[in-house]
Ligand binder design. Structure first.
Ligand SMILES: NC(=O)c1ccc[n+]([C@@H]2O[C@H](COP(=O)([O-])OP(=O)(O)OC[C@H]3O[C@@H](n4cnc5c(N)ncnc54)[C@H](O)[C@@H]3O)[C@@H](O)[C@H]2O)c1
Ligand SMILES: [Zn+2]
Length: 366
């Protein structure tokens, strides 16, 4: 079992990682005068829900369950409103604790409910997807969407604990595992060359959900995310910017395909390949290093870039990304593996050159 500490003064908390971690959950909870837990759970996770309830009741907790449909549809005022009603009906109080069991959509929505119910109650993240374990459950960003855009309504509300039980991941599809690996590789590329090499060497074991490789990869990813968050809890100083590596292109690709073609991490894999090519074009990254990384990323099974998606469409979509300030796109690039740099001087021609360098052909595969 691994433990990573999020250092945020009085809002500090632990992230526990390991197989069967859920069994030890009650012992890690903070002191609550009345032991009443409200579980907001993805209704499809039958086994995980049963394991969680059993673990809590064994330890003398009263466990209420509110099941919901996971996905972007949950991150909507109309979908979260009934959750408040159920909490009120079951008399959840300020010293009750809310547990969010599911992927990123559950964490974001339930975390937001916890941030706002009775002006804020304690919550625990129990992420069940790789994306949620290595990224979304850590850092305290909670929220829902507006028709005008994603995550536009929300609050910073840190959990009191996060438990990443690697057993939950066994039911993920192969695509979801590749997608999670994309976000994991990101941490290696922007922060940690040794971790990147480790992933390069053990990616096959990772994809087979090898327990040791998974635990280590999640631990490292979470530790890097904690480091960034603890220096910039409210995302005001730009410290968390590096975490957007690969995301400008990824968001453009996701938008162009109306969120129907790619898992988020798959789009990020494409986005990182693009950012690496752009890093070379901008004279920051050595060509040999780019080729090494690109070879690894290109070997992962990810859907092709669709027909009709060329550099012109790309540029148009990227200028709509939230990272655009003063009409300039702020790119996170690499100057070597493990070190990111920010670049706001990227020109349209550079994007075209990066596109060519990557050899993306419209509608072609890798
Ligand atoms: N708060 C943050 O810092 C942050 C960061 C990144 C992403 N996010 C958010 O995370 C969300 C995406 O996360 P996600 O992909 O985990 O979302 P999700 O909750 O929609 O889960 C994706 C799918 O996986 C299923 N699922 C969950 N756990 C499973 C398991 N163990 N086995 C099999 N299937 C399982 C779900 O039912 C769902 O169909 C987005 O809304 C995004 O905005 C938030
Ligand atoms: Zn991401």
């Amino acid at each position: 079992m691994k433990r990573v500490k999020m250092a945020l003064g009085e809002r500090s908390y632990d992230i526990r990682i390991g197989a069967d971690a859920i069994q030890s959950l009650p012992g890690w909870l903070k002191h609550h005068r009345t032991r009443r837990a409200f579980i907001v759970a993805d209704r499809t996770l039958t086994q995980a829900r049963a394991a969680l309830k059993a673990s809590l009741t064994r330890a003398g907790w009263e466990a209420h369950e509110i099941t919901v449909d996971a996905g972007e549809g949950l991150k909507d005022f109309r979908a979260v409103y009934p959750i408040y009603g159920k909490l009120l009906k079951a008399k959840a109080r300020r010293d009750s604790v809310l547990l969010a069991l599911g992927g990123g959509s559950i964490g974001d929505a339930a975390g937001f409910v916890a941030a706002t119910y009775l002006r804020g109650i304690s919550w625990v993240g129990l992420p069940t997807t790789l994306l949620a374990q290595v990224d979304s459950s850590v850092g305290g960003k909670t929220g829902i969407n507006h028709t005008a855009g994603k995550n536009l309504i929300g609050a910073f509300h840190q959990p009191e604990l996060v438990v990443c039980d690697t057993n939950f991941l066994k039911t993920l599809s192969g695509r979801e595992v590749v997608s999670g690996l994309g976000e994991v590789i990101k941490y290696g590329l922007i922060y940690d060359p040794a971790f990147f090499s480790y992933l390069e060497k053990h990616s096959t074991r990772f994809l087979k959900l090898d327990r040791d490789v998974l635990t280590r990869a999640i631990e490292k990813s979470v530790a890097w995310k904690c480091k960034a968050v603890s220096k910039d809890e409210f995302d005001r100083k730009g410290v968390r910017e590096a975490l957007n590596f690969g995301h400008t292109f990824a968001h453009a690709l996701e938008a162009a395909t109306r969120y129907k073609v790619y898992q988020h991490g798959e789009a990020v894999l494409w986005g990182m390949r693009f950012a690496l090519a752009l890093s070379q074009v901008r004279g920051k990254l050595d060509a040999a290093e780019r080729v090494r990384v690109d070879g690894f990323l290109a070997g992962l099974d990810v859907p092709a870039v669709p027909v009709g998606f060329g550099p012109a469409e790309l540029f148009e979509l990227m200028t709509h990304d939230k990272k655009v300030r003063d009409g300039k796109i702020h790119f996170v690039l690499l100057d070597r593996i493990g070190r990111s740099v920010s670049d706001n001087r990227v020109k349209r021609e550079d994007l075209f050159a990066a596109y060519r360098l990557l050899g993306i052909k419209k509608g072609a595969g890798r």
